[in-house]
Ligand binder design. Structure first.
Ligand SMILES: Cc1cc2nc3c(=O)[nH]c(=O)nc-3n(C[C@H](O)[C@H](O)[C@H](O)COP(=O)(O)OP(=O)(O)OC[C@H]3O[C@@H](n4cnc5c(N)ncnc54)[C@H](O)[C@@H]3O)c2cc1C
Length: 318
C-alpha cells in the first residue's frame, strides 16, 4: 500500500474543505471497497478524509412525502428501515441481495453508489485496463468476459457497474445530493450520475474531484408491487449476471431497471412504455447491444429474468 495521510472530519463542510486543501484526497466511509483497492495499489490516494463522523447517518422524511437517506446510512440500516420496507421494498430487497451481513453493516449509501467495477482485469494489475491505467488497452475484450457488459460499453471498456442498491434507486428515480469542494451543493438525478465509459472509462461518475455525496432522496412512494431479482453464478457473495428492479401495477405496467449489463443501472424509456409486453421491453433494453461471444447469453437472460419478474408480479411464480 502506498503511504497516505489521514484525517477525520465532523461535518460535510469540513469534509469539502479538507478535500479542497489536500491534493489527491479521497473520502473513506465503510472502507469495504476503497481499502481493498488501496492494498492492490489500484487506488493510491495521498490523503484520506474519514467522513464517518459527519452525522449523515439518518433517514428523515421530506416535506414532499419522500425520504432523505444520509450518505453514511449503512446498507443494513437502510434495508431494515420500516418505511423503506413498506414503501420502497425494491430498495430493501436489492440491498439484501448484495454482499454479506458483515459487509452490509459497514457499507454506506454513498460508498455503495461509488463502488468500482468488478471486472477481473481492473483488479489484475498485470493486465491492460483503460479504467485503471488510461491508454493501456482493454484485456477483457479478448479475455474472460462472461460477467461483463453488453450495452452502453465502448471500445475502451466493457466493464459493468456492479452494485445492486443503485439499480433499485434508479427505478425509484432517486436523486443524489452533494457538496463540492468549494462548498456549493447540487442535486443529481441518479440516471445522470454514472457515466457511460466512452473514451474515458476511468471517469465513472459526474462527481468533480473533492465532491462529497451527502444524501440520496426518494420521491413519495409509488405504490405497486416491488420486486428485485438477481441472477448470479452463486447464491451469495456474487455480483449479478443480470438483475431486474421492478415496480409494477396490477396490470403489469410500470418501470424496470436492469443491473449487470452496463456501466450504469440500465433504464430505458421505451422499455417502461412497452410493459407488460416482456419481449418488446427486453428488446428495448438490449437494443444496440455489442456483446462478446462469452456474454451474448445476457440478451436472452434479460428477457427471461424480466419474464420471471412479471410472472412473480402476477403471483404465478413459486
Ligand atoms: C466480498 C464482497 C462482496 C460484495 N458483494 C456485493 C454485491 O453483491 N452487491 C453490491 O452491490 N455490492 C457488493 N459489494 C460491494 C459493497 O457493497 C461495497 O464495497 C460497499 O457498498 C462500499 O461502501 P463503503 O461505505 O464501504 O465505501 P468505501 O469503500 O468507503 O468507499 C468506496 C468509494 O466511495 C467513495 N466515497 C465513500 N463515501 C463517499 C461520500 N459520501 N462521498 C463521496 N465519495 C464517497 C470513496 O472515496 C471510494 O472511492 C461487495 C463487496 C465485497 C468486499
Amino acid at each position: 500500500m502506498k503511504p497516505f495521510s489521514y484525517e477525520r472530519v465532523s461535518s460535510p463542510a469540513e469534509a469539502a474543505a479538507a478535500a479542497a486543501r489536500a491534493g489527491g484526497a479521497k473520502f473513506i466511509a465503510g472502507g469495504t471497497n476503497l481499502l481493498d483497492l488501496m492494498k492492490l495499489e489500484i487506488e493510491t490516494p495521498r490523503h484520506l478524509v474519514d467522513v464517518t463522523g459527519t452525522g449523515l447517518d439518518e433517514i428523515t422524511e421530506t416535506d414532499e412525502g419522500g425520504l432523505r437517506i444520509g450518505a453514511l446510512v449503512s446498507n443494513t440500516a437502510l434495508a431494515s428501515d420500516e418505511r423503506v420496507k413498506r414503501d420502497y421494498a425494491v430498495l430493501s430487497r436489492a440491498i439484501v441481495a448484495g454482499a454479506s451481513g458483515q459487509l452490509r453493516n459497514k457499507a454506506t449509501t454513498g460508498g455503495n453508489l461509488l463502488q468500482r467495477t468488478r471486472c477481473p482485469y481492473f483488479y489484475d494489475t498485470n493486465q491492460a485496463c483503460n479504467k485503471r491505467k488510461p491508454g493501456s488497452g482493454c484485456a477483457a475484450k479478448e479475455g474472460v468476459s462472461r460477467q461483463l457488459g453488453i450495452v452502453g460499453v465502448s471500445d475502451a471498456c466493457i466493464a459493468t457497474y456492479p452494485g445492486d442498491m443503485a439499480v433499485a434507486l434508479r427505478v425509484l428515480d432517486a436523486v443524489v445530493e452533494t457538496v463540492k469542494a468549494d462548498g456549493t451543493t447540487r442535486a443529481i438525478p441518479l440516471g445522470e450520475f454514472h457515466r457511460l465509459w466512452g473514451d474515458t472509462p476511468h471517469i465513472e461518475t459526474v462527481l468533480e474531484p473533492g465532491e462529497m455525496i451527502t444524501a440520496v432522496t426518494l420521491a413519495k412512494p409509488l405504490g405497486g408491487t416491488h420486486i428485485y431479482h438477481k441472477v448470479r453464478d452463486r447464491r451469495s457473495y456474487a455480483f449479478a449476471l443480470v438483475s431486474v428492479a421492478a415496480v409494477l401495477d396490477a396490470d403489469g405496467k410500470g418501470r424496470v431497471a436492469i443491473g449487470g449489463i452496463a456501466p450504469r443501472p440500465w433504464r430505458v424509456e421505451a422499455a417502461d412504455a412497452a410493459l407488460p409486453d416482456v419481449k418488446a421491453a427486453a428488446r428495448a433494453l438490449t437494443q444496440g447491444a455489442s456483446p462478446t461471444d462469452q456474454n451474448a447469453f445476457k440478451i436472452a437472460l434479460v428477457e427471461r429474468t424480466l419474464a420471471g419478474v412479471m410472472a412473480k408480479a402476477r403471483g404465478e411464480a413459486a
